[in-house]
Design a protein around this ligand. Structure first.
Ligand SMILES: *[C@@H]1O[C@H](CO)[C@@H](O)[C@H](O)[C@H]1NC(C)=O
Ligand SMILES: *[C@@H]1O[C@H](CO)[C@@H](O)[C@H](O)[C@H]1NC(C)=O
Ligand SMILES: *[C@@H]1O[C@H](CO)[C@@H](O)[C@H](O)[C@H]1NC(C)=O
Ligand SMILES: *[C@@H]1O[C@H](CO)[C@@H](O)[C@H](O)[C@H]1NC(C)=O
Ligand SMILES: *[C@@H]1O[C@H](CO)[C@@H](O)[C@H](O)[C@H]1NC(C)=O
Ligand SMILES: *[C@@H]1O[C@H](CO)[C@@H](O)[C@H](O)[C@H]1NC(C)=O
Ligand SMILES: *[C@@H]1O[C@H](CO)[C@@H](O)[C@H](O)[C@H]1NC(C)=O
Ligand SMILES: *[C@@H]1O[C@H](CO)[C@@H](O)[C@H](O)[C@H]1NC(C)=O
Ligand SMILES: *[C@@H]1O[C@H](CO)[C@@H](O)[C@H](O)[C@H]1NC(C)=O
Ligand SMILES: *[C@@H]1O[C@H](CO)[C@@H](O)[C@H](O)[C@H]1NC(C)=O
Ligand SMILES: *[C@@H]1O[C@H](CO)[C@@H](O)[C@H](O)[C@H]1NC(C)=O
Ligand SMILES: *[C@@H]1O[C@H](CO)[C@@H](O)[C@H](O)[C@H]1NC(C)=O
Length: 853
């Protein structure tokens, strides 16, 4: 712990260090104990109470709420570094002026007073015989009676949870009207106004309906949100940061003022979002205020009013909601229902249980019109046709072309629908939309672009699988803009036909259909996949597409849009400049410029595992890939791995994954777990098997099923295990790497992990999250047991392996080489030197402007 802290601090940007040092000079901060009688003044924001290593400070900071953000408003906060608040006295409600003060009174009470002496917040600790206070190196401000802690800010959180802070069922994070709680069953929940529960995230489907004894939620400093309980045999990992395990980043969980729960990761003073609770911001209840309708625009969610019958309450803040131009009570005989297609009014528990009717569309409309207290209604276009009557005084909507629901709002006649986007006419729209000045394009896109939505027919709203785009701290080309604009675009077939110039340039042909290169009107280069053998109807297709598009991870290829028109089903992905991994692993000798160095290989292996982890672990609807192989691992211009083709197995034929996946990997059976062939249940461990084979190939540069004289007529994977068993790790590593630096410790880890993954018995294989940790060296790797002996390994257990000693030897020198001339072109191989000749698109940095018909 101590070591981590120390390094974390030393990785501060130098500017901050300078500032901190200047504090030292000016104020000689009270590094250790703070004694009763001490006072902080807002008039001197440089004055702080700091933790002993100056990692955290208690101080006045400029208020951060948008409305109060002026130079004269302050909050009393504990900050990480100089300015990142992790706790605020009284939360965002306690905003004070520049003459405010914070007292640690001699009776042990903490008080926040504003300039006129009004008490805004107090700790109520005057009866606890407090003798001193300390801000510790975890960011906890503790009141002590002698050496015993009697009160701490960790026990009174505001909107943030930091590592080593325990969160229990009696605690709550709040931000405005939103609150975050841990339930007794281990579910994480978000509520609006303490009633509407718009998000409930269970740690395990099958048991999250039984209560635990004393669940404790904690964010590990590695970036994993985990749950512990006496009834659980081990800690359950509920969520992973996209950069978990990387670096000494400082991470924290925060309930943001937009009602979303996020984990932030800070390194060198700059922070990124590395996990998002509600992947679809428009599903946050009340995000757009009363009568506000949420939809997605170019830069993220936007709020609008249902029609011209409404005015925004605050033209400068669309999130405040809308008010009627004429109140319903003023037109008792003349009300009408305004119809809104592709719109639903959010309905969450406890509302869901009370106001549901199963009636047709027209009855849903007329019942609300006649119902005195009904203000709006929504028909879910599921097969059941549930009708929700909204009688509450707070209604929030969500509009998206992907939503099949129709909604009605009661308004005074006449109904005044919002004007269509400012384009001349329908026919021109299609063509001109592409060339028009960006402003109009944006306006058009706002209406026509699509956003993710999964409405499961059974009313299951809390699908977590759609975590927002996440971007790693270091390498990402994603900007904050991309993160918010998770806009899925619906294309017309004609459009895609045009952007691929009639499907001319074929990039490849996978099991699900051929892939073509294309360029969108805005210049974005894309890969267009023409799906074949679609067994699904339009609605199911859209739902699957929504699910796929909502899985955002640095190591997953991003879906930009789709087309579903008559028989045509196409998916539009970001274009990956460097193509698929197999071209690099299995290139022939004379293509030496395609050789990947060890660092790149290891990073690709890790990235791939992270991408699969995201698919498996971070979804309640675990997405099994079912077809992991080098051909489905794509490389971007920086040689970062991106897994592609996930979610398709289900799309092609939901009733029979098996058949289609089998045919789709025809010819590359080497990656199929034995259970596929043995007609046993397919689980996520089947993906782990495939990954293990790919990992072995990344290390060795050879197909796992290659058979040659060199491998004694055995499959390469079995031969490799024998070599490993006999201590010849070097023999497994790609011979073409022999002249280059290979981190033998990493290689050893990778090889062992691969043998764990390709165990015959699924339960012998680690889960993919563990694979990541093993590769990273976070967890110890035990000696992998022999592979299936029946399959040809004679590793009978005669000579015990001595991994430890062979490693010491190995890590000193890289693999030795047979004499071979080094070509200088190899020197630069690995990253970025490989000129592909393809034009570089602007993958994912620009979002599309075209929309649906
Ligand atoms: C503070 O920093 C010193 C040296 O940098 C380190 O030895 C010590 O463990 C740190 N203290 C804490 C509480 O982390
Ligand atoms: C706080 O510190 C900054 C920089 O060290 C300095 O410019 C500023 O004048 C100080 N403010 C007060 C009130 O001392
Ligand atoms: C913030 O400051 C402004 C002007 O200085 C003041 O009008 C406003 O009331 C303050 N806000 C709060 C929440 O105190
Ligand atoms: C101090 O707080 C009281 C009560 O909240 C308020 O009436 C008063 O205006 C505040 N004074 C200043 C200077 O902000
Ligand atoms: C202190 O007591 C007051 C009044 O009972 C209460 O409003 C406030 O929330 C308490 N403060 C804390 C930190 O519990
Ligand atoms: C959090 O809980 C763990 C065990 O559940 C305990 O060891 C640790 O001291 C707790 N931390 C705090 C700050 O209470
Ligand atoms: C929040 O709930 C309270 C009572 O439960 C209610 O009085 C209040 O109007 C609600 N707030 C909003 C904005 O609807
Ligand atoms: C817990 O979450 C799961 C989904 O993750 C949900 O099915 C279940 O109903 C939730 N339980 C409660 C009590 O909210
Ligand atoms: C969920 O809990 C059940 C019962 O404890 C357990 O058998 C199962 O493996 C768990 N599933 C996951 C994904 O953790
Ligand atoms: C942070 O800063 C340190 C030193 O200034 C540097 O070595 C490190 O690479 C930086 N980390 C990131 C992620 O930028
Ligand atoms: C909106 O902003 C404008 C200019 O920034 C200002 O003049 C106007 O008063 C604001 N309106 C509201 C309702 O705050
Ligand atoms: C009802 O609304 C129409 C306009 O749609 C208006 O012409 C008519 O006068 C209204 N009737 C009453 C009774 O308000």
């Amino acid at each position: 712990m101590g070591r981590r802290k120390a390094t974390r601090r030393s990785s501060f940007p130098s500017m901050e260090i300078v500032i901190i040092l200047s504090f030292l000079d000016l104020f000689a901060p009270l590094a250790a104990e703070i004694l009763p009688g001490s006072v902080l003044y807002a008039s001197n924001p440089n004055q702080t109470w700091s933790s002993s290593n100056n990692t955290f400070f208690l101080r006045f900071i400029p208020a951060t709420t948008p409305t109060a953000r002026t130079t004269t408003n302050f909050s009393l906060a504990i900050t990480y570094g100089s300015s990142i608040p992790i706790w605020k006295a009284g939360g965002d409600a306690a905003i004070v002026d520049a003459s405010a003060s914070f007292h640690f009174l001699s009776d042990g009470n903490l008080c926040l007073l504003n300039g006129s002496g009004s008490l805004l917040w107090q700790s109520n600790t005057s009866d606890l015989a407090v003798s001193s206070a300390i801000l510790d190196e975890d960011g906890n401000f503790i009141l002590k009676r002698r050496s015993m802690s009697v009160w701490s800010t960790f026990d009174h959180p505001t909107d943030t949870l930091v590592p080593s802070q325990n969160f229990t069922t009696d605690k709550v994070l709040t931000s405005g009207l939103y609150s975050f709680r841990l339930l007794n069953n281990g579910n994480l929940t978000l509520r609006w106004n303490d009633s509407i529960m718009y998000w409930s995230f269970g740690w395990n489907y099958s048991v999250s309906n039984t209560d635990l004894r004393n669940p404790v939620l904690a964010l590990q400093s590695l970036g994993i949100l985990s749950l512990a309980d006496p009834m659980l045999s081990s800690v359950v990992n509920m969520a992973y940061c996209s950069d978990f395990g990387e670096g000494d980043n400082f991470r924290f969980l925060r309930l943001d003022s937009d009602g979303n729960l996020r984990i932030y990761s800070f390194v060198n003073g700059s922070g990124t979002v590395c996990w998002t609770g509600v992947s679809d911001q428009c599903e946050v209840f009340g995000y757009c205020g009363d009568m506000g309708i949420c939809s997605y625009g170019e830069t993220g969610p936007i709020c609008r009013c249902p029609s011209e019958n409404f005015d925004p309450i605050d033209p400068n803040d669309s999130r405040k909601g809308c008010k009627r131009k004429m109140e319903l009570k003023n037109c008792p005989l003349n009300a009408t229902m305004l119809q809104m297609d592709h719109t639903l009014f959010l309905t969450y528990p406890p509302e869901t249980s009370t106001e549901v009717f199963i009636v047709g569309i027209s009855a849903c409309r007329s019942n609300c019109l006649e119902g005195y207290s009904c203000v709006a209604s929504t028909v879910l276009a599921d097969s059941i046709g549930q009708c929700y009557m909204k009688t509450s005084n707070f209604v929030g909507g969500y509009q998206s072309p992907a939503i099949p629901s129709t909604s009605f709002v009661k308004v005074c006649s006449p109904e005044l629908p919002n004007p269509p986007p400012s384009l001349p006419n329908e026919e021109d729209k299609k063509r001109k939309g592409l060339e028009l000045p960006s402003l109009i394009v944006v306006a058009f896109a706002v209406l026509s672009t699509m956003m993710v939505l999964v409405i499961l027919a059974g009313g299951l709203w809390f699908c977590c699988c759609r975590n927002n785009p996440v971007f790693g701290g270091r390498s990402s080309q994603y900007s904050l803009l991309d993160y918010t604009s998770a806009v899925l675009v619906q294309f017309s077939y004609r459009e895609l036909h045009r952007s691929t110039r009639g499907f001319r340039q074929k990039l490849g042909a996978g099991g699900f259909g051929a892939v073509y290169k294309g360029m969108l009107a805005n210049g974005t280069v894309v890969a267009v996949k023409k799906l074949e053998g679609i067994a699904q109807g339009e609605k199911q297709f859209r739902m699957e597409v929504a699910t796929i598009s909502s899985t955002h991870h640095l190591n997953l290829v991003r879906l930009i849009g789709f087309c579903s028109e008559r028989k045509h089903r196409l998916l539009v992905y970001e274009f990956m400049k460097n193509g698929s991994l197999d071209h690099f692993l299995f290139s022939s000798e004379d293509e030496s410029e395609k050789l990947l160095n060890w660092d790149s290989r290891f990073r690709i292996a890790l990235g791939t595992a992270r991408g699969i982890t995201y698919l498996h672990d971070e979804c309640q609807d675990c997405i099994m890939h079912c077809d992991i192989k080098p051909e489905n691992i794509l490389l971007d211009e920086n040689f970062h791995a991106k897994v592609s083709d996930f979610g398709l197995a289900k799309l092609i034929n939901p009733k029979d994954h098996r058949y289609h996946t089998l045919t789709s990997v025809r010819g590359t059976r080497g990656y199929l777990a034995p259970e596929w062939l043995a007609d046993l249940p397919i689980t996520s461990k089947s993906d782990v098997y495939s990954y293990g084979m790919v990992l072995l190939e990344i290390v060795s540069g050879r197909r796992n099923f290659d058979v040659s004289g060199e491998t004694n007529g055995k499959k390469f994977s079995l031969w490799a295990y024998e070599e490993f068993y006999n201590g010849n790790v070097k023999g497994i590593i790609d011979k073409r790497l022999c002249e280059y630096v290979v981190d033998m410790e990493q290689a050893m880890r990778a090889i062992q992990v691969s043998f764990w993954c390709i165990q015959e018995q699924p339960n012998q294989r680690p889960v993919i999250g563990k694979v990541v940790q093993m590769l990273e060296g976070i967890v110890e790797i035990e000696k992998p047991p022999p592979l299936n002996a029946a399959a040809g390994v004679s590793a009978g257990g005669a000579s015990p392996m001595n991994i430890g000693s062979s490693m010491t030897v190995l890590s000193i020198s890289a693999a030795s080489c047979p004499a071979r001339s080094a070509s200088s072109s190899l020197q630069a191989a690995g990253i970025a030197s490989f000129a592909s000749g393809m034009d570089v698109g602007r993958p994912s940095s620009s979002i599309l402007q075209r929309g649906s018909e």
